[in-house]
Structures are given as structure tokens and as C-alpha cells.
Write a protein that binds this ligand. Structure first.
Ligand code: AMP
Length: 173
């Protein structure tokens, strides 16, 4: 297996966005074309193997990886956006944060009935965001064939939240 170039580039930023959070900053990965290309290619290969017919990117860093993966596979790219950003008819799913809740939304026509959707984000933490995106896909009568990300914070047990969905992470931190 070739070395994962992104592994050395993810930067830890303590106490961002608030005290006690160790933020995984992927901007150095985005600034390294070879590392970004390798990460996109690896997640795209997984999405292809899972039979993805549409790639769902979670706002906002999921867009950075999701759109090139969709191009790579020549399948549609669908956005799961934060509350209030999508202009057309949409459905919403709320999920719990440490304090309060967040909401993700998708356009009602962004998933076709029966379509296999592969969900992409930069990082899996508790899995709440990815699970909400999965509920949106299923409410639109699609099925979730997998979830792919660059980084998994395994101590937060996001995989348990996503039980039943295959999860692929390029690195575990
Ligand atoms: P979760 O819903 O808990 O799995 O959180 C995942 C979402 O929050 C992803 O969109 C991540 O980009 C972001 N996120 C959560 N924790 C971190 C962290 N420690 N560093 C960077 N991003 C994070």
C-alpha cells in the first residue's frame, strides 16, 4: 500500500472553535495537490466499489472532496447543506450537538428513488451529521451504499452511530 500523503499534513489546532476541542485542520492537505489527488482517488475508488450512483457532499468540507469524487465516477453530485441555504423545495433533518442542535437539508429532487448514494465528508466525529444526511437520502427514497471520509476520530465512536452503513476512513486519529 502506498503511503497516505495526507496523513502527515493534517494539522492539530487546540481549543478551536472552543475550549477543549482539538480541531483537525485539513487546509495543508488542500494545499498539496498530490495529497489531495490521492485522497480523492482513494475515496472515489471506495465509492465506485460500493456502486455509488450519486455522491452526497456534506457542507462545507464534504463539498471539497465530494464534487471531484462525483466527477471521477461521472455521477451526479448532491449537496447536504446547512439550514436555510438551499433555494428550492427541500427536506430537513435535525441532529444533536454537544450543546443544541444543527440541521441539514437537501433539495427534494437531488436523490432519485432507488438511487444508491455515497455520502462524503472530511471528518467523522460522533457521526451525527452523517446519520442526518443518511436520513435525508432515505426520506427521498434513495439508499445509502457507504460513507467515506478523510479522517475518523475513532474515540468518538461515529461508526456505532452509523451502524448498518459501510464506513471508510483514510486515517484514524
Ligand atoms: P459529527 O457529526 O460529530 O460526526 O461531526 C462531523 C462534522 O463536524 C464534520 O463535518 C467535521 O468537519 C466537523 N468536525 C467535528 N469534529 C471536528 C474536529 N475535531 N476537527 C475538525 N472538524 C470537526
Amino acid at each position: 500500500m502506498a503511503e497516505l500523503l495526507a496523513a502527515k499534513l493534517v494539522r492539530d489546532v487546540p481549543d478551536f472553535p472552543k475550549q477543549g476541542i482539538l480541531f483537525k485542520d485539513i487546509t495543508p492537505v488542500l494545499e498539496d495537490p498530490a495529497a489531495l489527488k490521492q485522497a480523492v482517488n482513494l475515496i472515489a475508488a471506495d465509492a465506485r466499489a460500493k456502486g455509488a450512483e450519486v455522491i452526497v457532499g456534506i457542507e462545507s468540507r464534504g463539498f471539497i472532496f465530494g464534487a471531484p469524487i462525483a466527477l471521477h465516477l461521472h455521477v451526479p453530485f448532491a449537496m447536504a447543506r446547512k439550514l436555510g441555504k438551499l433555494p428550492y423545495d427541500k427536506i430537513s433533518e435535525e441532529y444533536a450537538l454537544e450543546y443544541g442542535t444543527n440541521t441539514v437539508e437537501m433539495h427534494i429532487d437531488s436523490i432519485k428513488p432507488g438511487q444508491k448514494a455515497y455520502i462524503v465528508d472530511d471528518l467523522l466525529a460522533t457521526g451525527g451529521t452523517a446519520a442526518a444526511a443518511a436520513r435525508l437520502v432515505e426520506r427521498l427514497k434513495g439508499s445509502v451504499c457507504g460513507f467515506g471520509c478523510l479522517i475518523e476520530l475513532s474515540f468518538l465512536h461515529g461508526r456505532e452511530t452509523l451502524l448498518g452503513y459501510p464506513v471508510t476512513a483514510l486515517m484514524e486519529l
